[in-house]
Design a protein around this ligand. Structure first.
Ligand code: NA7
Length: 523
């Protein structure tokens, strides 16, 4: 304890992905001293860890990037309409280098515990390298999808072959000519299956819920297209910020009933040809698998209300002789054996490698595993016992000067766009707080309990009538046994979210306690 090294910083940012990088840049612009820590060995967040074959962002390239560096936006190359993992990672490294941010970052450094000291008015943050940071502001940019879900399947440890989770991919695994099982057919499973089907000897896909997937429409970017995007970037960004999903297209305002069956067919055809899951959401066809038994198993039967998927030829892979599909509703996994996976029909699927594409303990999963303790001694885990809550996805009552980037009950949309909305609000708020701060009374930014409760109601109202809550997925937390099923997003759309946040920032910070006692009028 006594030998522990103590370092003072204005702000400590946890996470060096899309959120942490921008937050660092923005706080440096304010002139604050900032330290970014990340448990990973380098920058990238999600894109550092998810190096599995086929990993790609399914947001189109032109809007899967930062918008705050206009020059870079014009000049940074993207060869395809979608960006694959190595390219997203290269982009983030490029941004870090371009703005000389690496010197503020410490890697291989894990957040162990953070506790607010009401006396000192700082966060005491202990990290795995033995340093204790004293930070006036703590900003968590932990990512929505970072804590892995490794299902607890009987016999898991007995398997003699190789096992790997897609979010901790081991690049030394050679899948060529191997017998491979993939558990999970969500966004990740669809990508990995599509990519490896052609190189493996045999691929057995273990699927619990078939999901709807449409073509991504990926193709090389033509110079004319890039020119058009560059010339209209301002309008594109304005459109993203004003839309619901932030994916770079305007959500439809037309109703299904106002069109004839032929016209609907035509609309579906156009969407299909254009590609992208979010764009397509609203209908789907998947009559392209030739084997009727495989096609039956792949056919979704739930509402089209999970995260929409898209792919580069997923269903076509099932026309290969070496690719099969196991419907886990019909024949659940009984156990993992030394040789493979045994299903309830007594069949032992012989495998060399098992890939877990089983997703994440999403959103709050990364928060509740570390001890973050607020002003009243309560831990975040306790505060979120019934499900995670917040004010606008950034602030939590009793956790002063803690800001979350893409925290629970933030907007459900394209992540870089959500990150920018949060980082800009947090930066603006810290700027205001700094203005009223004095050495004797440093500013304290704390949401009220009322504001948190009211925001919860806003979120409830925004999801009313939506089918999202009728389907089980990570979005509501139902993919993890024992996790409280709760509303974890604001579904009102990015445009409305930005408007709400702007109202708060420009309207004297309703929903927050005065930053400095008696100083509310100055905000
Ligand atoms: P997802 O979307 O949570 O998908 C995980 C998949 O793994 C899904 O098909 C699950 O089936 C399946 N799963 C999970 N646990 C099991 C067990 N125990 N047995 C069989 N199958 C299981 O995660 P992804 O990584 O694909 O995508 C997450 C997000 O990353 C995505 O939304 C994008 O935003 C990027 P289920 O459907 O629950 O029956």
């Amino acid at each position: 304890e006594t030998t522990q090294s103590v370092q003072h910083v204005d702000a400590l940012v946890v996470g060096a992905g899309f959120g942490g990088i921008y937050q660092l840049y923005a706080l440096r612009q304010l002139g604050l001293s900032v330290k970014v820590i990340d448990v990973a060995a380098d920058v990238g967040g999600t894109w550092f860890w998810n190096t599995y074959p086929g990993a790609m962002s399914d947001t189109e390239s032109f809007v899967y990037r930062y918008t705050w560096d206009k020059e870079d936006l014009q000049n940074y190359p993207w060869s395809h309409h979608y960006t694959r993992q190595p390219d997203v990672l290269a982009y983030l490294n490029h941004v870090v280098k371009r703005h000389d941010l690496r010197k503020h970052m410490d890697f291989n450094t894990e957040l162990m515990a953070a506790e607010w000291s009401s006396d000192e008015k700082v966060w005491n943050v202990d990290v795995s390298t033995g340093i204790r940071y004293k930070a006036r502001y703590l900003i968590t940019a932990l990512g929505l999808l970072s804590r892995k879900n490794y299902p607890d399947i009987a016999g898991l440890d007995s398997f003699q072959g190789l096992m790997c989770h897609t979010a901790a991919w081991d690049p030394s695994i050679d899948l060529n000519n191997k017998r491979v099982g993939v558990i999970g057919c969500g966004s990740t499973g669809v990508q990995v299956i599509t990519e490896v089907a052609k190189i493996v000897k045999q691929l057995v896909c273990f699927q619990r819920h078939p999901q709807y997937s449409v073509p991504s429409g990926d193709r090389p970017v033509s110079p004319e297209y890039r020119k058009m995007v560059n010339e209209t970037y301002d309008e594109i960004i304005a459109g993203v910020r004003d839309s619901a999903f932030g994916f770079g297209f305007k959500e439809s305002q037309r109703s299904y009933d106002s069109f004839s069956p032929e016209e609907r067919e035509e609309i579906f055809e156009q969407l299909w040809a254009k590609g992208n899951g979010f764009r397509f959401m609203g209908g789907g066809f998947n009559d392209i698998v030739k084997d009727p038994e495989k096609a039956r198993k792949l056919q979704p039967h739930d509402y089209y209300a999970r995260r929409p998927l898209c792919d580069g030829g997923y269903y076509e892979q099932f026309n290969r002789e070496n690719v099969s599909i196991v419907d886990l509703k019909e024949t659940p996994i009984k156990c993992i054996t030394p040789n493979g996976i045994m299903t309830s029909d007594g069949l032992e699927h012989q495998l060399d490698v098992i890939i877990f594409a089983t997703g994440f303990d999403a959103i709050d999963g990364n928060y509740t595993r570390v001890k973050i303790r607020g002003a009243n001694g309560e831990s975040l885990k306790d505060h979120w016992k019934a499900g995670p809550t917040s004010y606008m996805g950034t602030n939590i009552p009793h956790f002063p000067n803690l800001f979350m980037i893409t925290g629970p009950q933030g907007p459900f949309c394209n992540i870089p766009a959500a990150v920018e909305a949060h980082v800009e609000f947090v930066t603006e708020t810290i700027k205001k707080a700094e203005e009223v701060s004095t050495n004797d009374s440093p500013a304290i930014v704390e949401a009220t309990e009322q504001a948190e409760a009211d925001w919860g109601k806003v979120c409830e109202k925004a999801v009313e009538g939506s089918l999202f809550k009728e389907t089980a997925s990570w979005i509501f937390g139902s993919n993890i046994p024992g996790k409280p099923v709760a509303l974890r997003f604001y579904f009102g759309g990015l445009g409305s979210f930005r408007a709400e946040v702007k109202k708060v920032a420009e309207g004297g910070y309703a929903g927050f306690k005065p930053f400095v006692a008696g100083e509310q009028a100055r905000l």
